[in-house]
Design a protein around this ligand. Sequence first.
Ligand SMILES: Cc1cc2nc3c(=O)[nH]c(=O)nc-3n(C[C@H](O)[C@H](O)[C@H](O)COP(=O)(O)O)c2cc1C
Length: 185
Amino acid sequence: MFKKLNPAKSYRLLESGPIVLVTTRAGGKNNVMTLGFHMMMQHEPALVGCIIGPWDYSYQALRETGECVIALPTVDLAQQVVDIGNCSGEEVDKFRRFGLTARSGESVEAPLIRECVANLECRVVDDAMVDRYNMFILQVENVWVDRARREQRLLHHRGDGVFIVDGETIDLGERMVRWRYLMDD
Ligand SMILES: Cc1cc2nc3c(=O)[nH]c(=O)nc-3n(C[C@H](O)[C@H](O)[C@H](O)COP(=O)(O)O)c2cc1C
């Protein structure tokens, strides 16, 4: 079950650089791609930079609609994650092929992915760097997290199809003396 998280806490999901899926919806058609090149840019409002190139079918959908969802897959979806990034929505209905369930969000038309542990509804707020770097700057409008999901381990792409799986966590929060205000809730 998805529960809402304050979008200002998006960095807790993305700062570790997990591989993500990006969904779009254009012309009544859902699509999804795999994306490793992203970065948190601002806490509040939460801004994320994503590199999505014109070689991706998703590029045109994002340009047209200005909307997408960043979905976080866990290790059990690893093979689908790679395969989703190795075929085009121009030829394949990827939701059907990879057994993904589209769920409606609240503020964008692009679908949430039921099978993912978190979904961030995003809107393009700055396209000034798209022509130069294929970089879309997205604002996160809603965040949905499935804390009840059994598998929570995210994947981190080292490149060339090799991934690191979330492992040990060390919590040094007590040393974050300068940033306490971020940690309050
Ligand atoms: C592990 C992995 C990471 C990827 N990262 C990116 C990325 O950061 N940016 C990008 O434009 N494409 C990236 N791709 C490639 C797209 O996912 C791929 O071109 C996909 O087929 C696009 O789907 P679409 O044509 O349906 O939009 C990645 C692929 C894989 C497998």
